[in-house]
Design a protein around this ligand. Structure first.
Ligand SMILES: [Zn+2]
Length: 372
């Protein structure tokens, strides 16, 4: 899952983005703290003070999360990994690190530095608490923030992927077994396990006394479980496809049509008779681009007879492409990332094949049945 949000600035060359869900959660938290938690714990503040401290707590929690993510990011950069952005969203923050950690040692330190930073922040808030003894709202604020940062550190140390503790676990298993696959699988399995535990705990809490808090815990558990589950699935796919090249799964024969024909002719003479979703278009017999159903459907049907195919095709230079010797897994990921269903396979100046998602899925099922 990679939330995308509104960029609000850059720190150390890393873009800081706010996801829309962030506004929702900060508003909800500020309201909950100002209207319920602080009035119950501390009597005699003015309404303005409850709201000021409630809002400040919610914002400072996210500043704490941001510092936690920055710690991960700076450590990742130290190990040579690019970190284009940090996104703050519903469940906190996520640093988008461009690649898998290069070694178990890198993974270990990149993961561990986050919770350690949160604990250090807790110590800082704890340390400045006596300075605010004369002003109770300030005192209450730093005390709450100290506790929140301890909770943040402890929660993130749960040894299940994708939490930091799960990454630490993966680094250790990776270091001691030498197998990245086995390490990822065990961390993802414990992630699913702890996800289920949280869902169970949350539902139990919700049913017994604490409806909102319990639902929230169950929701976090569900998020953890599904993230770990999809990691597990990805790892299985990656392992099956490992060592295979694009040329192994691509289609060598594909439908080509001259780019000057009308969309109507393209559909009637090429797409329907060949039962395909895409056509490579040529100009003077040289590949010029590709048209898929999506581009054709964007044109109103009554204009198909008068619109030339080249008017809607994506020209070759703008197409996402791959090469026959590219790693099949990477090409598959690229399709997912860019939201395309087919990649023309280019060798020299020639299109030598096309790789579609269906090809990869079919190839996977082939590999799976042969392995079984
Ligand atoms: Zn973390």
């Amino acid at each position: 899952m990679s939330p995308r949000g509104i960029p609000i600035g850059r720190i150390f060359g890393i873009s800081i983005d706010l996801d829309y869900s962030w506004f929702l959660i900060v508003g909800l938290m500020a309201w909950m703290l100002a209207a319920s938690y602080y009035p119950a714990e501390f009597k005699g503040w003015s309404p303005g003070e409850y709201w000021l401290v409630g809002t400040a707590t919610a914002l400072m929690l996210f500043v704490s999360v941001l510092i936690h993510e920055l710690a991960h990011s700076l450590m990742a950069k130290r190990f040579g990994l690019a970190v284009p952005r940090i996104t703050l969203f519903l469940f906190g923050g996520v640093a988008q690190i461009a690649a898998e950690p290069p070694s178990a040692v890198a993974e270990f330190w990149i993961a561990l530095v986050g919770p350690v930073t949160s604990l250090a922040l807790a110590a800082v808030f704890w340390g400045i608490k006596p300075l605010l003894a004369a002003w109770q709202p300030g005192f209450a604020l730093v005390e709450y923030l100290a506790t929140l940062n301890v909770v943040l550190a402890v929660f993130n140390l749960i040894p299940g992927f994708p939490l930091d503790g799960g990454r630490v676990l993966r680094a250790l298993v990776w270091r001691f077994t030498g197998s990245y696959l086995r390490a990822t699988t065990s961390a993802a399995l414990t992630g699913r396990f702890f996800g289920f535990v949280l869902i169970f705990l949350g539902v139990w809490q919700a049913l017994s006394s604490n409806l909102i808090g319990g639902m929230w815990i169950a929701f976090i558990g569900w998020f953890l479980e599904s993230a770990a589950g999809s990691q597990l699935q990805q790892e299985t796919l990656k392992n099956l496809l490992g060592g295979h090249k694009v040329r192994d799964a691509m289609q060598r024969s594909f439908v080509q049509a001259p780019s000057q024909i009308s969309l109507q002719d393209l559909v009637d003479q090429f797409i329907l008779p060949s039962n395909v979703n895409y056509v490579i278009l040529t100009t003077f017999d040289a590949p010029a681009g590709m048209a898929t159903l999506a581009e054709i459907q964007a044109v109103p049907r009554e204009e198909w007879a008068t619109t030339p195919a080249r008017a809607v095709m994506v020209p070759l230079e703008k197409l996402e492409t791959t090469e026959p010797d590219a790693v099949l897994w990477s090409a598959f990921q690229k399709m997912g990332r860019d939201g395309v269903n087919e990649l023309p396979v280019i060798e020299g100046n020639q299109i030598v094949g096309v790789l579609t998602r269906e090809d990869v899925v079919h190839y996977l099922s082939l590999l799976q049945s042969l392995a079984a």
